[in-house]
Design a protein around this ligand. Structure first.
Ligand SMILES: C[S@@+](CC[C@H](N)C(=O)[O-])C[C@H]1O[C@@H](n2cnc3c(N)ncnc32)[C@H](O)[C@@H]1O
Ligand code: SF4
Length: 227
């Protein structure tokens, strides 16, 4: 059974910055973008609405970058994310394994839209040593996905993939889902979201839409005024 992340939960996992600053021996967390390519085109996402070339880092370059991180204090988190979708990278599991074997971080996370979290991908990431998978949900139906991301996603299949990951992982691995408030605007929809996911993920969060240029352009003027 998962639980809603209360401010107390979040705070208990936080380190008091005044106790760790100044950082004398390297960064606290690393966010690593292994690709700018994405299989979605979310209307609010600046990365997909700007003229970025969808470049992808080679495994060799990734290794060089990670090798340069040797000698720092162990990071709290090494997060694979993207100006794109990290699971589109063919070497993503190898990359996770490489970081795991270097023992440079307490936790390895992947932030993903979840669409490519197939059973095979789940098995590979779990074997490689991922500690936390953070799935960014883009709606609660195939139709909502089409409207938000401009692509066809079988919502039931996506949920089934999350259930597979839930069942395959051990208790120390965290499955996390987040959704943007604008996709579930009413209190009823938020309760229903929590009800839908409380037995699937370990933790979940309702995030707010950042007022990026793409988000501001796309959302209604009523919501826009609150950004
Ligand atoms: C840029 S995506 C990259 C990783 C992956 N493609 C994904 O969607 O999780 C990282 C996170 O940024 C969030 N994001 C991007 N633009 C945003 C915005 N304007 N407001 C809130 N969250 C945003 C996405 O929802 C996602 O959770
Ligand atoms: S899946 Fe992630 S990177 Fe891709 S468009 Fe959506 S938010 Fe941006």
């Amino acid at each position: 059974m998962s639980r809603f992340l209360t401010p107390e939960d979040c705070n208990s996992k936080r380190e008091a910055l005044h106790e760790v600053l100044p950082l004398v021996n390297g960064p606290f967390c690393i966010r690593f973008m292994v690709t700018l390519a994405c299989n979605f085109k979310c209307y609010y996402c600046d990365y997909q609405n700007r003229e970025f070339k969808a470049e992808t880092m080679t495994f060799e370059d990734f290794k060089k970058c990670v090798d340069h991180l040797d000698g720092f204090e162990r990071f709290k988190v090494f997060n694979f994310t993207g100006g794109g979708e990290p699971l589109t990278h063919k070497d993503i599991a190898r990359m996770v394994e490489y970081v795991k074997n270097k023992d440079i971080t307490k936790t390895i996370e992947i932030t993903t839209n979840g669409s490519l979290l197939t059973h095979q991908m789940s098995d590979a990431l779990l074997s490689a040593g991922v500690d936390r998978v953070k799935v960014s949900l883009q709606g609660r139906s195939s139709q909502a996905y089409r409207e938000t991301c401009g692509v066809a996603v079988d919502y039931d299949e996506l949920k089934e993939q999350l259930c597979y990951f839930r069942d395959a992982k051990g208790p120390d691995v965290i499955l996390f889902a987040k959704i943007i408030d604008q996709m579930i605007p009413t209190p009823e929809e938020r309760s229903s979201f929590i009800h839908e996911y409380q037995d699937i993920v370990d933790e979940y969060e309702i995030d707010c839409l950042f007022p990026t240029p793409s988000a501001k352009e796309a959302v209604s003027s009523e919501y826009n005024n609150t950004l």
